[in-house]
Every structure is written in C-alpha cells, then in structure tokens.
Ligand binder design. Structure first.
Ligand code: NAD
Ligand code: MG
Length: 395
C-alpha cells in the first residue's frame, strides 16, 4: 500500500484525486488531507476516507473541526493546524506520495517539504515551481524526489517523451514543445468588451471545471504564461523552444516535435483525473473514471496563434522567464494580488496585466541564493501590486 498526502484536498484537483484514489482501494491509502479553512468540506472528507491526519491552515477552523471529529467519534483521525503541520504531513516518513494541489504561493513551502523529503511529488501547484524555479529543481535532484507533472499540458508532454525522462530533451531528439491552450472563455470576445467582464464570466471556462484563481488565469492567459515557465523548468528547455498553440477544443493536451519531423500528441477528454491517474500509477496505468474519447462526435480539432496584444499576460510571463532570477516570483505575486482584487470586484479584468506590468518595472530582480530570497521577492511583488491597486481605487 502506498500512503498518500493530498495538499489542498478540498479543491478541484483534490476532489479529482480522491475520486481516482477511491477506484484503487487496494493500492493507495490516505495518510493526510489538508485545506485552508473549509471545516464542513474537510469533515465530509474525514467521514468518507478516515485519514490519519487532517490539517487546516487556519487555527480557529482547525479547533472547530477537531470538536466535530471528536463528537463524531472518528478516533483514527488527528486534526492539526497551521503551516508547519502542512509541511509535516508532506514530509512524514510514512508518506510515499504527495499530491501538491494547494493554489498559489501558499503551496510553495509544503510542496518543497515533500520534495526535500524525497517523496514522489505530483505537482499541480504550478506557482511553486514558477516562483522558485532553479532552487526547486535543485532540491528535486538533491533529495532524489520523483517529480511528476499534473498540469494536463505538462503531463501530456511527459507522456510524449521517449523514455519518461524530463531532462536532456535535445539528446532525446526533441526539437520543440507545442504547449496547447484553449484560449479561455474570452477567446472570441472583442478586446473592447474585456474591460466589462465579470468574475463569474471569467470563471465559466468552456472545457475545464477548476478553482476560481486558475479559472481567471485561464481567462487572462496568465495560466498559459505560468505553464510556459513551468515547462521551461520541468523539461530543462529554453522559452524559445516552446510554442504556445491555441486549440479551443482541449482534446490535444500538448505535443512534442522531434528532429525527424515526428510530432507526438497526447489526447483525451478534458478531465484532470487522466493526468492524476497517470502520475499516481506511473510507470503503470490505472483506470481514472474518464470515458473514451469520441473523435467522430468531436469531428474537428482547430488550432490558432495566441493573441498577445489582446492577452498581454502571456507576453509578460515570457519576459519574466527570459529575465530569470526572481522575475517570475514577482510576476506570480503581482498576478495573485491582481486576480484576488478582480475576484473581489475591485479591479477591472483588463487592469490585471496593467498592474503586473507596472510591478515588473518597479521591483528589482536578483538571482535567488536561498528560499528566503524568493520569499522576499514574493513580498515585494505583493506590496508593489497592493500599492498599484490602491492608486487605481477610488478614494
Ligand atoms: P482550488 O481553489 O479549487 O483548491 C485549492 C486548495 O488549496 C483548497 O483545498 C484550499 O483549501 C487550499 N488552500 C488555498 N489556500 C490555502 C492556504 N493559504 N493554505 C493552505 N491551503 C490552501 O484550486 P484548484 O483548481 O484545485 O488548483 C490547485 C492547484 O492546481 C493550482 O496551483 C492550479 O494552478 C493547479 N491546477 C489546477 C487545475 C484544475 O483543473 N483545477 C489544472 C492544472 C493545474
Ligand atoms: Mg494546464
């Protein structure tokens, strides 16, 4: 039996992971579940799977949950609180597999704790890798952790590589990576109409059901920008060798082109249980619950170039990864602040890239020596974005 910790178990990826795990009860058992504040959601999960540990980052929420668990008589589950506990259940010696599915920068330290403990780490939390890039990959090498991509595009690329290796792509004969993206819910909305779009419209993705932050990132195309940076680190590839291709149907999840002209693609219905099942069982295969792809009904697959004038976030992310150092951590921090403000109804959709661009021009970029340098860059990016936000808000 493999012991699994799910960081972010109450989120969209967390729920899909629990769904896949429930199909293989003889192979996996759940060691720990974690979330931010959701007492009711976490209680329901404890009731269903009885983990050894349930962690809520918020201390008051954890106390409330502990009371409920005690009253229900679920003695096998211990409730813990706080960020330290997130790292503890990610790195505990009993744990074999960690699903890193916390959203945003909050996932960096627990994910790195799993990496440093040499776990098999299933990486959904792309922001952690975007922020800490080189340091993150060095930690993977040093601890001999097994890093497997959950992001559907990166999982697809991984599946299209010859021997399941993420490194030495030129030696494998790879010429370029084709990173596909749906183009988001506003692909066909005229540029002039973007300033007036609402959070709910931004979160109504045509093909994928996801958490609200990544849904807004998909709508601005920052998600594709973060994924470009993620792909550079995961596959040790420069941004010039990665082309973004808009593919509105989200049936091809990405492609790899080889020097002989062969292009390999991974296809499937847009359902995150496929990459989750792939990574959980790798190098074997297990059922995921995802139905067969019906290409006849699908009928056609379309492709377009991305529009970086309409969606500047993709260009900003490309600039950040080209600049290197802490630039991507600053980009990510500014994006998180701007997206939260948009979701709160305080900021226009089109102001998201404006804030990020201004922050990128203000905050100094350094080559990070340690995680502390990354955290400082994150804080500086957040502070600069808050200041830009204040300047935009009516008094
Ligand atoms: P979500 O918002 O649905 O869930 C986020 C989870 O993180 C929840 O369990 C929440 O309780 C927890 N969390 C949030 N803030 C926290 C904090 N400060 N401390 C501790 N826990 C916290 O998000 P999601 O859509 O499941 O996405 C999770 C990650 O996976 C993101 O990084 C996203 O980019 C990535 N991802 C998601 C999808 C998808 O289809 N949803 C696809 C690819 C990659
Ligand atoms: Mg993706």
């Amino acid at each position: 039996m493999e012991n699994v910790t799910i960081l972010g178990s109450t989120g969209s990826i967390g729920l899909s992971t629990l769904d896949v795990l429930a199909r293989e009860p003889g192979r996996f058992q759940i060691y720990a579940l974690t979330a931010n504040t959701g007492v009711a959601e976490m209680f329901a999960q404890i009731e269903a799977v009885r983990p050894r540990f349930a962690v809520l980052r918020d201390a008051a929420a954890a106390r409330e949950l502990a009371d409920k668990v005690k009253h229900a008589g679920f003695e096998e589950t211990r409730v813990l609180a706080g960020e330290r506990s997130l790292c503890d259940v990610a790195s505990a010696s009993e744990v074999d597999v960690v699903m890193a599915a916390i959203v945003g920068a909050a996932g960096l330290e627990p994910t790195l704790a799993a990496v440093n403990a040499g776990k098999k780490v299933l990486l959904a939390n792309k922001e952690a890798l975007v922020m800490a890039g080189r340091l993150f990959m060095e930690a993977v090498e040093k601890a001999n952790a097994v890093l497997l991509p959950i992001d559907s595009e990166h999982n697809a690329i991984f599946q299209c590589l010859d021997d399941g290796s993420r490194r030495d792509l030129p030696a494998q004969g790879v010429r370029r990576i084709l990173l596909t993206g749906s183009g988001g819910p506003f692909r066909e909305v005229p540029t002039e109409a973007l300033a007036g779009v609402t959070p709910d419209q931004a979160c109504a993705h045509p093909n994928w059901s996801m958490g609200r932050k990544i849904s807004v990132d998909s709508a601005t195309m920052m998600n594709k920008g973060l994924e470009l940076i993620e792909a550079c680190w995961l596959f040790d590839t420069p941004p010039e060798s990665i082309d973004v291709v808009i593919h509105p149907q989200s049936i091809i999840h990405s492609m790899v082109e080889y020097v002989d002209g062969s292009v390999l693609a991974q296809l499937g219905n847009p359902d995150m249980r496929t990459p989750i099942a792939h990574a959980l069982a790798w190098p074997e295969r297990i059922p995921s619950g995802v139905g067969s792809l019906d290409l006849i009904t699908q009928g056609r697959l379309d492709f377009q170039a991305p529009d970086e004038d309409k969606f500047p976030c993709l260009r900003l992310a490309r600039e950040a990864v080209t600049r290197g150092g802490t630039a991507a951590a600053v980009l990510n921090a500014a994006n998180e602040v701007a997206v939260a403000a948009f979701l709160d109804g305080k900021l226009a959709f089109t102001a998201i890239p404006e804030i990020i661009e201004r922050v990128m021009s203000i905050v100094a970029v350094v080559e990070p020596i340690s995680l502390d340098d990354v955290k400082v860059a994150d804080q500086q990016g957040r502070a600069a974005a808050e200041a830009e936000l204040q300047a935009l808000l009516p008094c």
